[in-house]
Design a protein around this ligand. Structure first.
Ligand code: HEC
Length: 323
């Protein structure tokens, strides 16, 4: 029986190690300080299952033994052993250890340590503190000293905040890797207009860094054309803008940005440019190119908005006049 158990146990342990090794190779792709066998929660599940299984096997074997005794009767030697046990309380290693760890006064001698405190019949014994508890307590004091010196005096270990920051840094590396992967999936055919404030803000930052010299701080145009009107040389859709940013038009002074900006960054700056439409910045450069509309039909150009403005001004004027 025991031999079989050992076989089963060794089998389970080796399978567990094999699984853990597999998990480690998978985890190697992601940077991590902990070896896979410690950090992978799956290992704990497997370990827990092994413990439960072994316990079940032990209990089952005991139950089978008892059931066999029920049917066939107890073997003689067991009966003999049990009667001996009943007659002399055998001092085993465990019973000695138990006495040492608890240091409790035996029931027969309890009268010696009985205090005269009597609370409605509940009496109080003056036992020593159980040694297991006392030494456990001393150990926590020693541990606290070692801990303090290790973490706070010498500073050899990572305190929680360091660990947290380390994990953040690790997550950041992983995030960058993921973004890089995602970034390379965008091209002039698949690009879409980004709408989130964060992306537009990033686009703005890139624009100020790289594009301002030729297109002006507000996109009003200097050497490069005005990016705030509805007139475009190369088309005003997100795909057109992304394409000109990516490949440029070197012969006319617009360089290609694909070696300096990743596709996501080009998408961000292109989306930012689209938010500039109709902002009418001061010192705007005269429109260049053709009037652009998404649908291809003629769009109301900036003069249309000015008409509205004029009416407003007229209304304001007339209200002043009537006063
Ligand atoms: C060295 C000057 C210069 C820089 C820097 C520059 N551009 Fe340009 N850009 C130009 C010129 C010149 C043109 C006009 C090209 C043409 O006439 O075909 C242009 C054209 C464009 C157009 C097309 C406009 C249209 O009417 O079709 C877009 C969009 C554009 N640039 C975006 C950017 C972005 C985004 C950046 C920064 C990442 C940038 N440019 C940086 C000079 C520049």
């Amino acid at each position: 029986m025991k031999k079989k158990l050992i076989y089963i146990f060794t089998f389970m342990v080796t399978t567990n190690v094999a699984i853990a090794q597999e998990a480690t190779t998978a985890a190697e792709k992601v940077p991590s300080q902990l070896p896979g066998i410690v950090s992978d929660p799956m290992n704990y599940v497997i370990l827990f299952t092994i413990v439960i299984l072994v316990a079940t096997i032990l209990v089952m074997s005991r139950v089978i033994k008892l059931l066999t005794w029920q049917i066939a009767g107890k073997p003689k030697e067991v009966i003999v052993e049990e009667t001996i046990h009943l007659q002399v309380k055998k001092e085993t290693f465990w019973s000695k250890l138990n006495a040492k760890l608890n240091d409790a006064v035996p029931v027969e001698k309890e009268a010696d340590v009985l205090l005269d405190h009597d609370y409605d019949g509940i009496k109080e014994l003056d036992n020593n503190l159980p040694p297991w508890w006392k030494y456990g307590f001393y150990m926590t004091i020693v541990f606290a000293f070692i801990y303090m010196i290790h973490y706070h005096v010498v500073g050899a270990g990572n305190v929680q905040l360091d660990e947290y920051n380390e994990q953040l840094a690790e997550a950041d590396i992983q995030k960058q890797a993921r973004l890089k992967l995602a970034a390379n999936n965008v091209d002039e055919n698949s690009v879409t207009k980004m709408l989130s404030d964060a992306d537009i803000a990033s686009g703005n930052k890139i624009f100020i860094e790289k594009c301002l010299v030729c297109h002006g701080k507000l996109g009003e145009g200097i050497v490069g054309p005005n990016l705030t009107d509805n007139y475009w040389i190369h088309g005003g859709g997100i795909k057109d803008i992304f394409k000109i940013v990516k490949y440029g038009f070197p012969s006319k002074g617009m360089i290609s940005w694909q070696s300096q900006l990743n596709p996501i960054q080009m998408q961000q700056v292109s989306s930012y440019i689209l938010t500039l439409a109709g902002t009418n910045p001061p010192n705007a450069k005269a429109p260049q190119g053709d009037l652009y509309s998404e649908t291809g039909s003629a769009v109301a150009d900036t003069s249309a908005t000015q008409v509205v403005d004029t009416t407003k001004v007229n209304a304001a004027n007339s209200s002043v006049a009537t006063k």
